[in-house]
Ligand binder design. Sequence first.
Ligand SMILES: C[S@@+](CC[C@H](N)C(=O)[O-])C[C@H]1O[C@@H](n2cnc3c(N)ncnc32)[C@H](O)[C@@H]1O
Length: 526
Amino acid sequence: MNGTMNENCAVCNVPAVQKCSACKSVFYCNREHQKQHWKSHSKTCRPFKIAENPEIGRHYISLRKVEVDEVILREDQPLVTGPLHGITPGCLGCYCPLNAETAVPCTKCGWPLCKDCKNHGAECEFTCKYKKEKVLITDFDYPHPTYRCVPIIRALWLRENDPESYMKFINLEDHSMAKGKANIFDEPRDTAQFVRRFFKIDHVTEDEVTRIGGILQINGHEVPTTEVPHMAVYDLASMLEHNCRANCRKSFTNKGGIVIRAAIPIAKGDHITICYTDPLWGVTNRRHHLMQTKYFNCACERCKDPTEMGTMFNAVKCTKGDCKGYMLPPTFISNDNSLPNYLCNKCTNSVTWESIDGMMERIGIDLSEMKKDDVEACRTFIQHYSNVLHENHFYLTDVKLALAQIIGQEDGGLPMVSDEILNEKIILCKKLNDLLKTLVPAENRVRGFVLFEMHAAIAEFGRRQGRNELAGILIESKKALSEAYELLKHEPEILPEGKIAAHARKNLHNMDIIIETVCRNTANPM
Ligand SMILES: C[S@@+](CC[C@H](N)C(=O)[O-])C[C@H]1O[C@@H](n2cnc3c(N)ncnc32)[C@H](O)[C@@H]1O
């Protein structure tokens, strides 16, 4: 688990015991050498310190200005991994899906594997040692209760075999810290009782096993790099605070490591944040989800501002006759389940939140029933609900994102779509890009996709224009493409985003050649 660290002075290479107090990974034999080294070390030193307050608990504060794309932290190995909660049983070696025909029970412990995986996690040793009989899983169509135990027994294995890592793990926040803040159902305790019974363990208390379950729930990240995504808990990344408009983004390495990078410039003293929920959900859904899963009431700047940085992401059109105003409540921050009335920003109209809530529920049902891969269905939804919602409303944004992507995916691709539809795609992409930049600057994946689609549509538009306009339009298309590449370049190639990044890199090179040729042939300056 532990990387080897050079404990010699970074300046004169003699054995040293003093270390940089910020990153704790560079050593010095004396203060003078530390001061001397700071000029170069400050560029790579971990740029944050840990702080604590009663509202957020432990969190990170930036120690200096951090530029976009700078690595804030990187962890190659999680402390604990396991299958995600509520999924059907899959291979515990590589997390591929299994069924009754493809599952091969491990010869030692009985846990299901695929034909290619011989070894799997610590549950093998743990099951043999304590349960002393094989696990039997025969139903692969439904989530299996025994699978909930896997991350817990992997943590218990750590307790016996890697106490240093276990100490890091067991000191993370668990669900019990939310007691009193939220009305929580003690699922970790139920699971703990099951684990102790099923694996016949009595050397660890029920409270400790419950705490392990709570830590997994509060600190688990969904890692998308396996065929079926899995869950992992990291050490340093567990102290990252949530913000619905985060300033950092996370990506995962092919081998399941995590990398946190600055998504926007971060000033000295700023909190370092990631987003724990879907930042493209409306404010009430985001806050509800955070309360249900992480047990806190989000009070970030985005949640506190009903206009969501002026984007009107939750606004509905004024319900009064021909008024052109938009309606929002004065605040969305509420600790009970009610909100103040929605007020119009142009007239005196006021509507109860229950009435707007009912409308949102109906639109939500329509959205869940529509086919998002059907261009006509998307257009009909947008046209219909543009009469009642702000153009940036989260429901419309959701469908516009789908439409921007699927226009031109039919047979023959973009060359087959009419000028009018091509233009529709370009305008959609441009507006979505502007909205995403303001609202969720750390959402590189979505914006990367939008910019990639935009570059393709602009290039096709250019192809349909006269020779003289072509060079300028291609340069605009290349600008969108390089931005898409910059946003997606850190994604591993096994993910769709990583594949687009590889595609974008290749296209960029080709575009340079095309632009150069077009400029030469039309005497257009580049
Ligand atoms: C992954 S942990 C983060 C580290 C944690 N604060 C600690 O002290 O170990 C997630 C928990 O931190 C707290 N937290 C994180 N972001 C928060 C925020 N923006 N507002 C309030 N609490 C937050 C919540 O209790 C949440 O369940």
